[in-house]
Design a binder for this molecule. Structure first.
Ligand SMILES: *Cc1c(COP(=O)(O)O)cnc(C)c1O
Length: 418
């Protein structure tokens, strides 16, 4: 499918004329449409809720959009809890799914009234010591083996650090029940960036099977099943997007076959990040150099400090040359930034229309795990974020970092004079 932009070349020109590049633009209308589709897909389940994964786009303006659409927030750190609360998402609309959790983190989650999702059997005791056992708790499952779990980011489940083995899961639930918990949930995330249409339905079957077994052996009827995130997006033009309505129907089928006849009613939760905002974010960057050595290079003013995924995972991000979308590919280039590291490549051997210094490149599908993964290596400052509102106006939602921000954590003496 041709990768389209929700804004025109004239808009890009006007924005990049006013604001220093690089910067991110998020398309609010696109995000709202996707959230809407998710709620339509699970409308058959009365308790359904999408807990947006805050780590994907930890930005209040985006979280407020989620809040306005009845979403919760999936958090894993104290700052993420504070971001959710500050954006109007509180209490059990916060899911706290953490790993190797500190006592302070448990206390903060408990004070926020969040649902605490335990990653390991040993965490039951840690939780109790930190803040006592809450009435509602969730446990995270790792089956070791799962058909849809093979992919580059997450790998095989037996190789992943998340969740508990089945016997441990059962022990944890029993301990939590004995210690006074009353409402229980089951959580599993067995893929990352999966474009398998059958992933959610297969995961639902796996988890619903456990729901039945847990009721039989422990006498606990679970209140919710959290299928987490992991739904992919078509980064490449030739890839097919997930049909979320169909996926939701697949989960409904499993629910009606496995749970309804057994008199079980429970809420389905999801924690998608990438699927919700990924396709609706764009990184705009100027071409600042053209270099012809052993290969052809297009230099840009963005770097992995702004968008790490290509450097970290070799991830593909589609690139448009603003205003030249209809021109044929004229050169095969590596698109590189300013870091002193050779993995600083947004694209390798990419056919692009002819580019000139001053052109603007639009890097697609950067709305999740993009700006959020930014870092300051090489003294690169992190760039600004803008929201293209449903009113068509572009509004800054995070300013660019300044040198003062970068130096703010240094303990310097009065001799240090920059
Ligand atoms: C990262 C994460 C998500 C979101 O993953 P996506 O691939 O962005 O959908 C959801 N839940 C948990 C526990 C996560 O760690």
């Amino acid at each position: 499918m041709k990768k389209l932009l929700p804004f025109s070349a004239e808009q890009v020109k006007s924005w990049t004329g006013q604001y220093p590049t690089p910067f991110y633009v998020y398309d609010e209308q696109g995000i709202r449409k996707t959230v809407d589709d998710v709620y339509k897909a699970f409308a058959w389940n009365p308790g359904f809720r999408e807990y947006f994964a805050v780590k994907a786009t930890p930005t209040p303006a985006i979280l407020r959009v989620m809040e306005s659409m009845n979403c919760g927030a999936d958090c894993s750190s104290i700052p993420e809890i504070l971001l959710a609360k500050g954006s109007g998402i509180s209490g059990q609309r916060i899911m706290f799914t953490s790993n190797e959790t500190s006592a302070l983190e448990y206390q903060t989650a408990r004070e926020a009234g969040a649902i605490i999702n335990l990653d390991d059997l040993t965490q039951v005791e840690n939780l109790e010591n930190a803040c006592g056992i809450p009435e509602t708790v969730c446990c995270r499952y790792n089956p070791g083996q799962f058909n849809y779990a093979t992919n580059a980011i997450m790998g095989h489940m037996y190789d992943t650090k998340f969740g508990m083995k089945k016997e441990q899961l059962f022990s944890a639930l029993k301990m939590l029940k004995d210690k006074g918990s009353k409402r229980f949930g089951l959580h599993a995330m067995l893929a990352s960036c999966s474009l398998e249409q059958g992933y959610y339905p297969a995961l639902a079957r796996e988890l619903f099977g456990l729901v039945l077994e847990i009721r039989e052996t422990l006498g606990i009827t679970l209140s919710f099943v959290d299928m987490a995130g992991g739904i992919g997006i078509p980064y490449r033009p030739e890839e097919t997007p997930i049909n979320i309505i169909e996926a939701g129907e697949g989960v409904r089928k499993a629910y009606e076959e496995m749970l309804t006849p057994n008199g079980i009613e429970l809420a389905i939760y999801t924690e998608m990040g990438r699927f919700i905002t990924g396709p609706h974010g764009y990184l705009l960057t100027h071409v600042v150099g053209k270099k012809h050595i052993w290969k052809e290079y297009v230099g840009v003013d963005a770097s992995p400090a702004d968008l790490m995924r290509p450097a970290m995972y070799g991830a593909y991000h589609h690139i448009s040359v603003a205003g030249k979308d209809n021109q044929p590919a004229a050169e095969t280039v590596d698109v590189v930034g300013a870091l002193c590291e050779n993995n600083d490549k947004f694209a390798v051997d990419r056919p692009l229309p002819h580019t000139e210094i001053g052109d603007v490149l639009v890097i697609h599908d950067t709305g999740a795990h993009g700006h959020a993964m930014g870092y300051n290596y090489n003294g690169r400052l992190r760039c600004a974020e803008y929201l293209l509102g449903t009113d068509g106006e572009l509004r800054m939602i995070r300013r660019a970092q300044t040198v003062q921000d970068y130096f703010a954590t240094l303990d310097v003496d009065s001799e240090f004079n920059w």
